[in-house]
Design a protein around this ligand. Structure first.
Ligand code: ADP
Length: 370
């Protein structure tokens, strides 16, 4: 009797997988790789686990049923391949399914105030009533723990819906995780390349971030594999690039913008933040000294056709607030607090423009009017 695929499939439709009552075809266990050569048939049966206890009995039952269907001995022995189905890898973004907006904050150079802006923006958004998460992904210099005064926080694991998840630290209404919680500051710099990428994937995908309106990611300075990992792991809503107005910083900021705009990355730029835009002494709040040059980032924003989100002056309290773990954005009455409120409003506005979820700006504007 000639062998043909339908005959074999009909036979396999009679073989049940023990325990389920369903046959191998219904279970999707027969791979689409059947070959028939003369009297020899070969195909693969897929099992969920490589150590499935029913492998032998199912293979035997398949052989016997095919022979019974064909009515004569068939050369199938050794030609049934058993494959284990690859357990689908959990996509980290699935675990961020309750996160509405993911915003990457980057800079071309270190020391321009990227983490200061990230921390204060997070606090300003939280004060405006949003649910905010902050991931300190700056593996070369994680500073979020210090800026929030939570250096001693040791995030713990909790079993949630059958998965062990890292519970972020929380302060000033901001949930946060940092590589700084897991390594001493001195050894953070050795987290390079794939090791850093993997650690970050874990802090994103294996953490209980829960529902968030804004998930801010404080990226390392420059452009690196880590940036690509984060971009490829997550659907980023938009990026913010922080720079000082100084020429050398601007050149690197432009490289950062080009990276986000690269067709492989393709992340919209929400806008630029000009930090250290001028120096204002506390005793002469109206005076502005343009230490790093005037409007450098503003001009770059115009040239690159991206919004300028804020110009933040150099003010001693910003630096002190960072060192003491009390971000200036906690104080809405101060000039600096207002500057970060304004930044939060612009970020919310730009996020909305990018077709996002909720009436964000109004809340913040109302808050500011009070
Ligand atoms: P980055 O994350 O870009 O490396 P940081 O946010 O750590 O930079 O800032 C570098 C230093 O500059 C910190 O000591 C911080 O407190 C200080 N700093 C940042 N922005 C300001 C500002 N606008 N006014 C005063 N000090 C600032």
């Amino acid at each position: 009797m000639a062998l043909y695929p339908k005959l074999i499939l009909d036979a396999l439709a009679q073989v049940r997988y023990p325990g389920t009552g369903k046959n191998l075809i219904e279970m999707g266990m027969i791979e689409d790789d059947m070959k028939i050569e003369g009297e020899t048939v070969s195909f693969s049966i897929i099992f969920d686990k490589p150590n499935d206890p029913f492998i032998k009995s199912v293979v035997k039952a398949a052989e016997a049923t095919i022979e019974a269907f064909v009515g004569e001995p068939v050369q199938i022995k050794g030609n049934i391949t058993v494959k284990a189905k690859q357990a689908p890898k959990p996509e980290p973004e699935k675990h961020l399914s309750a996160v509405k907006n993911i915003i990457a904050i980057s800079s071309g150079k270190g020391g321009v105030g990227k983490s200061t802006v990230s921390a204060n923006l997070a606090v300003a958004l939280a004060r405006a009533g949003y649910k905010v998460g902050l991931l300190d992904a700056d593996v070369y210099g994680p500073s979020v723990p210090k800026m929030f005064g939570v250096e001693d926080a040791r995030p713990y694991l909790e079993n949630i819906d059958g998965r062990d998840l890292i519970i972020p630290a929380e302060k000033y209404g901001v949930k946060m995780l940092s590589v700084g919680f897991f390594v001493s500051p001195e050894s953070a710099t050795v987290w390079r390349g794939s090791m850093a990428g993997n650690a970050l994937k874990q802090l994103i995908g294996d953490a209980h971030w829960g529902e968030l309106d804004y998930f801010l990611i404080d990226l390392p300075p420059g452009t690196s594999d880590i940036h690509l990992t984060v971009m490829q792991t997550l659907g980023i809503t938009g990026a913010i690039v922080v720079s000082t107005p100084q020429e050398v910083a601007l050149a690197d900021a432009k490289k950062g913008i080009d990276m986000f705009r690269n067709e492989k990355v393709n992340v919209p730029i929400l806008g630029l933040v000009e930090n250290m835009a001028w120096f204002t002494p506390a005793e002469l709040p109206q005076n502005k000294y343009y230490i790093f040059g005037k409007d450098g980032v503003k001009n770059l924003a115009e040239k690159m056709e991206v919004p300028l989100l804020a110009q933040i002056p150099i003010v001693q309290s910003i630096c002190e607030g960072g060192d003491k773990g009390t971000p200036v954005a906690l104080n809405p009455e101060s000039l600096t607090g207002m500057a970060f409120d304004e930044l939060a409003a612009r970020v919310a506005e730009q996020t909305e423009i990018r077709n996002l979820t909720q009436p964000a700006t109004e809340k913040i504007k109302m808050k500011q009017k009070k």
